[in-house]
Design a protein around this ligand. Structure first.
Ligand SMILES: C[S@@+](CC[C@H](N)C(=O)[O-])C[C@H]1O[C@@H](n2cnc3c(N)ncnc32)[C@H](O)[C@@H]1O
Length: 173
């Protein structure tokens, strides 16, 4: 799939995973929403979860690279099919262990895996020392999401992980 990034440029450029992908010609950066092509927009505020059914939409994936402080709903206003990623855990050094808080390359890799493009997911993560850890940490949920038919099934699988997390938190109290 073709990877596109609406690049806001307000995060540490040295740690920016989108810039690194672009340096290796693995993604294309766009400086404005209007310059960003239509695609499946990876948007944590979206109402619908990404599922394998979205493969039929387009062969373009779009992420918004900005700091989490500015990642409000309004910044995501761009044309496309907006989808949230289901429960997955970050493996990058900035947000290690945090659910839903993936960086750009992790979000692309998760989406590619759910959409059946596992090799491309491995290729982009291969540029980061911690990249393989993301696939290891999330091996089971990624496999299960990729086996789902549609968004309703993905949400049902996600619920199992959320419930398990709550039960663990209760047991720890
Ligand atoms: C907020 S930026 C932070 C990027 C970071 N500066 C970097 O260098 O990778 C991460 C982007 O990945 C995508 N993303 C992350 N978590 C997501 C989720 N749970 N659902 C949908 N998209 C997500 C979104 O496009 C989001 O804007």
């Amino acid at each position: 799939m073709n990877l596109h990034v609406r690049y806001e440029g307000d995060d540490d450029p040295d740690k920016c995973t989108a810039r690194k992908l672009a340096r290796f010609d693995l993604a294309t950066l766009h400086r404005s929403a209007s310059a960003t092509p239509y695609g499946i927009v990876l948007n944590p505020h979206a109402e619908q979860a990404l599922s394998p059914a979205d493969r039929a939409e387009t062969d373009r994936l779009v992420a918004l690279d900005c700091s989490w402080e500015t990642a409000e709903q309004a910044l995501f206003e761009m044309p496309g099919v907006h989808r949230a990623l289901p429960f997955l855990v970050a493996a990058n050094p900035v947000s290690y262990g945090k659910p839903f808080r993936l960086n750009t390359v992790e979000a692309f890799a998760a989406a590619l895996t759910i959409l059946g493009e596992r090799e491309q997911a491995e290729r982009i993560l291969g540029k980061f020392t911690w990249g393989e850890t993301f696939l290891e940490l999330n091996a089971e949920p990624l496999r299960r999401y990729a086996d789902c038919e549609d968004s309703t099934e993905v949400v049902a699988v996600q619920q199992e992980y959320l419930d398990a997390g709550e039960a663990q938190a209760d047991a720890d109290q």
